[in-house]
Design a protein around this ligand. Structure first.
Ligand code: BGC
Length: 686
């Protein structure tokens, strides 16, 4: 389907997110050819990180190869003379297009362009621009590579060399990595000049004509992934625009065959679903050893780092539609086990404590994640130190990937992840000799507003599950891979008994007489108020709600599903418990993270709360279409797209509407058809 935005004067930051294209390695924000860094143009990279000075390390935004500006009969085509403008993204084939009509004194000029990434060769970004006039005019076109790019903590590179035929730049990052952008153009005319000034390397065309078309092929290079000479080969063997276009259509047709969900519903959610799945498709890395960051490829928010979002919200989509990607994503964690072991040791523990915000396995999360809006001072946050549930999230997901792909290679290599994560929890726990149980103290659960709490239910249950899976994984190995089993049993012979002890002894907060599981020790004693009430207490709309002094800290108000998330992930609690906790926690939940809606959606399905389920589904599926999600935490910009919410939409359909959830669809939905790599599921409302 097509997402269309009309009018030239829209919110560029929002449109940039919404109309994004990508191929897993690169993303290009939905911006216009004449835009620059003020309009947040970005050719964003997956895992190509750089640090400038003491500021946060973030992914590099490459030089923009699709810059273009035009004059007709001496007058610049600019926002002052726009008569009509529309821009759109086609989720069926990943093509962004725009059409703008400029009326200047004596001539009307229509600028049409389209762009897409090659999905076959991730180094290629392809575009076509056509300028047509109602009568012949003198057209002056300057187009090429803009090196003055949008950054949060940049600049990230300096330009080492520039060449002109074709236009090409070669740059070095602050960390000494290299990148290059080469722009090859096909045009019936020759440039009259080429030049490097004001941070732009441009070709200049001057022709008297009614119509001119430029086909543009940008070849991208980054030294961490590519060999420089391969780029030259690609350039020498470039195909025509139409060939790439056809190849692109074919790729997307095949992709959608395994991924499309058709929905017939009251609020026309087809577009929202297409767009959610589109995002997951364009963010799937094409190379092993990479993963997906919390804002996909929409910019540098959250340092381009990988969170639990990938395992808990996105991998389930790939398990059904693209098993290789699911395996690649979990391999990213297997490959970074050493870094997780190192992090555990830095905190004085053993085993594997995965990065909360992973940049190639290293924790990119800072000690001071938000800034106090009143004083401008950094606020100490404990996300990376205390959000220990990350290791369990990875372990649970790893086992699921093994189970669903039946790839013994995942278990052979992943068994150490399971054992090391379980061992970490054992070493991190405190044995309460009075109560005779292991406890996990001073932690942070999924609800980030309550830091440094004891026995967060989600964390304790997930740590227990990790220990169970480590033991189960060993058993499975003994049957399927006896040699590896013997090897591992020997290496871990002193550790396995400790994991077993922890598994038996970890404190699992039980539902009370009302069926309620306390989010953490002491939670029920906190002030009973609601997010709405807290909003009234804010002295600044951008104020941070958590931390030591936030408005939510001393109250029951939570940022996102926490106990409810636990009840979704571990499917072992009886319906009465699901019901009691859904009803109890709902009024306290701010949904300040886009991860929250889909947890409520899935639970609502299990509880046959069809109306609620539909509402939550709409919220998670429309997060990015409606430009939802918070843009600031304190004064920190956290905008961009929300792939975890997209994965949440998928989970709601597959685990909620279709699976063990509702016995029939919500009244608002007539039918749903889910295509996967192996099967097609269809459900019609009775
Ligand atoms: C949420 C985390 C999430 C992160 C990235 C935060 O606001 O609290 O649970 O992992 O955003 O999406």
């Amino acid at each position: 389907m097509t997402i269309t935005e009309n009018g030239y004067g829209g919110d560029r930051l929002c449109r940039g997110d919404k109309l994004i294209i990508g191929n897993g390695i690169y993303g290009y924000r939905g911006t216009l050819e004449e835009n620059g860094k003020n309009e947040a143009v970005a050719l964003t990279t997956c895992s190509f990180y750089d640090r400038r000075g003491d500021s946060w390390r973030e992914p590099v935004n490459m030089p923009n190869p699709l810059y273009l500006r035009v004059k007709a009969n001496g007058t610049a085509l600019s926002k002052e003379n726009v008569a009509y403008h529309t821009e759109s993204l086609n989720t069926d084939n990943g093509v962004f297009s725009r059409c703008t009509v400029f009326k200047i004194k004596d001539v009307t000029v229509t600028l049409k362009s389209e762009r897409f990434f090659s999905q076959i060769d991730y180094r290629l970004l392809i575009s076509k621009v056509t300028l047509s006039c109602d009568k012949s005019a003198e057209m002056e076109i300057a187009d090429g590579i803009d090196l003055d790019v949008w950054d949060i903590n940049g600049p990230h590179f300096t330009t080492d060399s520039v060449s002109y035929n074709p236009l090409s730049v070669y740059c070095t990052t602050n960390e000494g990595k290299h990148l290059a952008v080469t722009l090859y153009e096909k045009c019936p005319y020759k440039p009259v000049n080429a030049d490097f000034s004001n941070g732009k390397v441009l070709n200049f065309y001057k022709v008297f004509t009614k119509e001119i078309t430029l086909e543009r092929f940008a070849v991208l290079y980054r030294s961490d992934l590519d060999k420089c000479d391969d780029g030259k080969m690609l350039l020498n063997n470039l195909k025509g625009y139409d060939d790439y276009y056809k190849e692109n259509l074919k790729w997307w047709r095949e992709k959608w065959k395994c991924a499309k969900i058709e929905i017939e519903d009251e609020r026309n959610s087809q577009l929202a679903l297409d767009y959610s799945l589109y995002q997951l498709i364009i963010y799937a890395p094409k190379v092993s050893g990479l993963s997906i960051s919390a804002r996909g490829l929409s910019g540098q928010t959250y340092k381009g780092a990988v969170f639990w979002d990938t395992e808990m919200f996105m991998i389930p989509f790939y398990l059904k539609t693209d098993k290789n990607t699911a395996k690649n994503l979990i391999r990213y964690r297997i490959d970074t086990l050493d870094k997780a072991k190192q992090k555990a040791r830095e905190y004085g523990y053993e085993g594997a404590f995965y990065a909360w915000e992973s940049q190639d396995g290293v924790d990119a999360c800072s000690d001071f994640n938000v800034t106090d809006v009143f004083t401008g001072r950094p606020v100490r946050t404990y996300f990376k130190d205390k959000q220990i549930h990350i290791s369990a999230d990875i372990a649970v997901s790893l086992y699921q990937v093994y189970k669903e792909t039946k790839d013994i290679g995942i278990l052979n290599d992943g068994i150490e992840v399971l054992l090391e994560c379980a061992y970490f929890y054992y070493t991190r726990s405190y044995y309460n000799h009075i109560k005779k149980r292991y406890e996990l103290l001073d932690v942070l659960g999924p609800d980030e507003y309550h830091e440094r709490v004891d026995n967060n239910a989600y964390t304790n249950y997930m740590a227990h599950e990790t220990a169970c899976l480590a033991i189960k994984g060993l058993k499975e190995l003994s049957k399927k891979s006896p040699e590896r089993y013997r090897e591992i049993s020997e290496i871990y012979k002193n550790i396995i008994p400790k994991i077993k002890k922890f598994k038996e002894g970890i404190y699992l907060p039980k539902p009370n007489d009302n069926g309620l599981i306390e989010q953490f020790s002491g939670y029920f004693k906190l002030e009973d108020t609601t997010p709405c009430e807290l909003k009234k207490r804010l002295k600044d709309p951008k104020e941070y709600w958590g931390g030591s002094t936030g408005v939510a800290t001393a109250t029951r108000v939570i940022k996102q599903a926490d106990v409810v998330m636990l009840l979704c992930v571990l499917k072992r609690f009886p319906l009465e418990v699901l019901k009691a906790n859904y009803e109890f926690y709902l009024p306290y939940t701010e949904h300040g993270s886009s991860l929250s809606y889909s947890a409520y959606a899935r639970l609502a399905c299990k509880l046959q709360l069809k109306k609620d389920a539909y509402e939550w589904f709409i919220k998670t599926a429309r997060t990015d279409l409606d430009g939802g999600g918070k843009k600031y935490a304190g004064s920190l910009y956290i905008g961009g797209t929300h792939p975890a919410a997209c994965g949440g939409a998928y989970l709601t359909v597959t685990e909620g509407f279709l699976s063990d959830g509702l016995n029939s669809l919500p009244d608002e939905i007539n039918s749903i058809t889910v295509n996967t790599q192996t099967k097609k599921y269809k459900l019609k409302r009775n």
